[in-house]
Each structure stands twice: as structure tokens, then as C-alpha cells.
Design a protein around this ligand. Structure first.
Ligand SMILES: [Zn+2]
Length: 149
């Protein structure tokens, strides 16, 4: 199904923030054909995780990677069963730097429901982001870890 890109998933998040992808654009991959279940998963992630984070800090939460269709996930070397493929995960960052991002992360650990919360570090610390996932229908595991590559 193709939904209106400008559809709001929660007060501060639109569907387009989950669908847009530099890689998809460059490679000509259609990342906008989603199922109703995937849409509901993205809505649940927004309502239960991203929106409460946005409202607590009162700061924009930027999504660098949200939903990934199968081809896009392969292109970016995502995990085979990546929750991005189900609309259950988002990679987020802030524009105030990594110290602030760490504050978000630590607050999320203690205050939000999630399946996995990962502190992602790349290029010897030059790139950092938070991967967070939420399961709409199944029990969330509240797993927290760091991934450095
Ligand atoms: Zn991720």
C-alpha cells in the first residue's frame, strides 16, 4: 500500500520521516510500499517511544533510518531479521552533539518501553546514534547494549 507521506504517525512525526532514505533515492529503490501492519508498527514506535522522548526533552528527534524494505536493508548491510524491515525500529540522533544524545539514551533506559535500545558507535567514535525498536503485539524485551564497529 502507498500511504500519504505527510500522514502523521504521532504529534511530531510523519510517515515520510520513516520512509525517506538517501540510499533508496540513489539506488532507485522504492521504499514507500508498506503494509498496514508495518504502518501500525511505526505508529506504535512513535506513540510509545519517540513521542514521549520528544516531549520530555522538548527537542526535535531526527530519524536517520526508519523503515527499510528488503532491498534497502540489503543495500545498507542491515541484519537479516532487522526490525527496520518491519517498521519496528528507528535510528535517531539530535543536533546538539553526542553528549546530549547520551542523555537521551540514559533517560530512555529508565523511562521508556522498548524491545532493543542500542548505543551505536562507528568510525572510532566519530559517528554515534541510537537504535531503538518497539514491538506492537509481542512482549518488549527491554534489552540495552552498545554496538561499536
Ligand atoms: Zn537501526
Amino acid at each position: 500500500m502507498r500511504y500519504d507521506r505527510n500522514m502523521k504517525l504521532s504529534q511530531h512525526f510523519t510517515l515520510w520521516e520513516f520512509l525517506r532514505s538517501e540510499t533508496a533515492l540513489k539506488r532507485g529503490i522504492d521504499n514507500e510500499d508498506i503494509t498496514e501492519v508495518q504502518l501500525q508498527n511505526m505508529q506504535a514506535l512513535c506513540e510509545n517511544v519517540l513521542e514521549p522522548l520528544r516531549q520530555h526533552f522538548g527537542e526535535p528527534v531526527y530519524i536517520s533510518s526508519g523503515y527499510r524494505c528488503y532491498y534497502l536493508n540489503n543495500c545498507v548491510n542491515g541484519a537479516k531479521k532487522s526490525q527496520h524491515q518491519y517498521g519496528q525500529a528507528a535510528d535517531i540522533y539530535c543536533k546538539q552533539g553526542s553528549k546530549r544524545l547520551k542523555e537521551w539514551y540514559l533517560w530512555m533506559v529508565d523511562n521508556l518501553p522498548f524491545d532493543q535500545l542500542i548505543w551505536e558507535v562507528r568510525d572510532g567514535g566519530r559517528r554515534k546514534w541510537i537504535h531503538v525498536s518497539y514491538k506492537n503485539e509481542k512482549a518488549n524485551r527491554q534489552q540495552v547494549f552498545t554496538c561499536k564497529r
